[in-house]
Structures are given as structure tokens and as C-alpha cells.
Design a protein around this ligand. Structure first.
Ligand code: SAH
Ligand code: DHB
Ligand code: MG
Length: 278
């Protein structure tokens, strides 16, 4: 196998020892800029900064590894690339799932054998395209979006991906469109992706349960938020929504749930994975 390579080049080791010198991630970073992350153009978790960790020195590395993984395992895709380009051009925030998480959603939906998928939070349709591509020919994805402009961009992106017959984008506040969807009395959904306003996560989870069947899968994005979920003194409504969701899921006997922390080009966050068991 040839000469073993050192695990970390010296430059990175010095970055990491700098990180280790910090007394705690939440205490030390305020006001400080981390040149390595800034140079890499790190997004640091998107629009909303919840903790001082936003420009932690490891961001450049997380981004580089996401690039490495994606270059190897997520082949270039014209429809997905164009969806991102047009979302940027239309001024949409770049808060869609990363390519590798998009592919994971796709694989989870395929593993599950999903025929009916419900997404809450469409944005430009990036995750919707990944999920809709997991569907069989007669499968359907319904995706709920509040902002008409986002829905319009998503519609064009979905059409370019050739998925317009599988994807139904419904515009409005999800808490308004969900009761209408329920009133239609369609078949239960096999797979849910909850990724809209985090304040409403507890309600979205309860709607998902209502629209599910035993065996349905529920994935919820952004449940860690740079670790701020455990900062009791940070009462941002987004975090309170995630905490209420977590307590709700913990006490709900009809689901089995876990959560994973993730790092990557979107910073430090995590997602919940729930199986409806009864
Ligand atoms: N799932 C997308 C990203 C969604 S971003 C992807 O990974 O590609 C969150 C989206 O939720 C935004 O487009 C936002 O407009 C939408 N949103 C926010 N509040 C909402 C609400 N109350 N009802 C429906 N959509 C909402
Ligand atoms: C952000 C990221 C998300 O995945 C999301 O759904 C909403 C906001 C962000 O980083 O701000
Ligand atoms: Mg998200």
C-alpha cells in the first residue's frame, strides 16, 4: 500500500492545538476572527448566528472534508447545480441541506421504500429534488412553503429536474396548509422532512405523527444549532422550538428517535431521525 502518510499536515495540527488551548468553545471566541475559516469563505451555519462558535477554526476543515466527500460520492448533477444557481440568482438564502445530507435524505427515503413524502420548508426545491428522485414512478412529494417567491423558484427548479409530475408545492403558512392537507384524507405519508421555521417544530412533529403510519420515518433538520440547544440562558425562539420538540419526542411512545450532531460546510448542527412505531 506504499508509504503511510501522516494523518495531519503540520499546518492543520497547529490550528487544532490552537483550538485545544481554548478553555471552552463558548467562552473564548467572542469578537475574534479566525483567519483560516474566513479565507475558506466558510458560511458558518448560514444566516442566523446563535453562538460565538460561528467562526471556529475548524470550519475550514469541515468545509474541506465536505468537499472531499461530495467530490468522491455525490456526482455532479446539472439539475441540482442549476437549482442552486437559480436560487442564488433569485436572492434566496443559501440554507438548503448540503449535497451529502441531500443524498442521505434520498437514500433514507429509498431504504424506507417511500411512495408518499411530505416536506415542510421547500426553499428553492433543492432537498425536494433529492427526495423526489427517491420516489417510484407513481410516488408523490408534497412540499409546503410560506414564501411565494421561494415556491416560484422551486417550481422552476423542480420542472427542470423533470419532476413536476411528482412534486406538489403548496404555498402558505404550513400551519394553515397542513389542516387542509389532512382534510383531503389521502393515504398516510411514508417519509417526512421537517425543515421550516424551527419555532413551529413541535406542531410540525405532531402533524407528521397524525399524517403517518407505523413504519413512517420523520427527519427534522437543525436540532443542534452550534450546540446552542443546551445553552439554557439562550432563549431564542428557534432554540425553544427545538427544545420543546425534543421533549415532545422524548415523551411520545409512538416514536423511537435519535439525533446526530453534524459538522460540515454549513457549520455545526444536527438532525433528528424518528421511526413511527405504533
Ligand atoms: N428544505 C430546504 C430548505 C428549507 S429553508 C432545502 O434543504 O433545500 C426553510 C424554508 O421554510 C424557507 O423557504 C422558508 O420560507 C420556509 N418557511 C418558513 N416559515 C414557514 C412556514 N410557517 N410555513 C411554511 N414554510 C415556511
Ligand atoms: C439555517 C439553516 C437551515 O438548515 C435552516 O433550515 C434554516 C436556517 C441557518 O443556518 O441559518
Ligand atoms: Mg435546514
Amino acid at each position: 500500500m506504499g508509504t503511510p502518510l501522516p494523518l495531519s499536515p503540520p499546518k492543520i495540527q497547529s490550528d487544532r492545538s490552537e483550538a485545544l488551548e481554548r478553555p471552552s468553545p463558548s467562552l473564548s471566541v467572542a469578537g475574534r476572527r479566525w483567519p483560516s475559516a474566513a479565507k475558506a469563505g466558510a458560511r458558518c451555519g448560514g444566516v442566523l448566528k446563535l453562538t460565538a462558535m460561528s467562526q471556529a477554526p475548524d470550519q475550514a476543515r469541515w468545509t474541506a472534508v465536505d468537499t472531499y466527500i461530495t467530490d468522491l460520492l455525490v456526482p455532479p448533477d446539472p439539475a441540482l447545480a442549476a437549482a442552486l444557481d437559480d436560487s442564488v440568482a433569485a436572492g434566496l438564502p443559501g440554507i438548503q441541506v448540503t449535497p451529502n445530507l441531500g443524498k442521505m435524505l434520498h437514500l433514507l427515503a429509498r431504504i424506507q421504500g417511500a411512495r408518499r413524502i411530505l416536506e415542510i420548508g421547500t426553499l428553492g426545491g433543492y432537498s425536494a429534488i433529492w427526495l423526489a428522485r427517491a420516489l417510484p414512478a407513481d410516488g408523490r412529494l408534497i412540499t409546503l412553503e410560506f414564501a411565494p417567491k421561494h415556491a416560484e423558484v422551486a417550481r422552476a427548479n423542480v420542472a427542470r429536474a423533470g419532476l413536476q409530475d411528482k412534486v406538489d408545492i403548496r404555498v402558505g403558512r404550513a400551519l394553515d396548509t397542513l389542516p387542509r392537507l389532512a382534510a383531503e384524507g389521502g393515504e398516510p405519508f411514508d417519509f417526512f422532512f421537517i425543515d421550516a421555521d424551527k419555532e413551529s417544530n413541535p406542531d410540525y412533529f405532531q402533524w407528521a405523527l397524525k399524517l403517518s403510519r407505523p413504519g413512517s420515518v420523520i427527519v427534522i433538520d437543525n436540532v443542534v444549532r452550534e450546540g446552542a440547544v443546551i445553552d439554557a440562558d439562550n432563549t431564542h425562539p428557534m432554540l425553544e422550538g427545538v427544545r420543546r420538540l425534543n421533549r415532545l419526542m422524548a415523551g411520545e411512545p409512538r416514536v423511537s428517535v435519535t439525533e446526530l450532531q453534524t459538522v460540515g460546510s454549513k457549520g455545526y448542527d444536527g438532525f433528528a431521525l424518528a421511526l413511527v412505531t405504533a
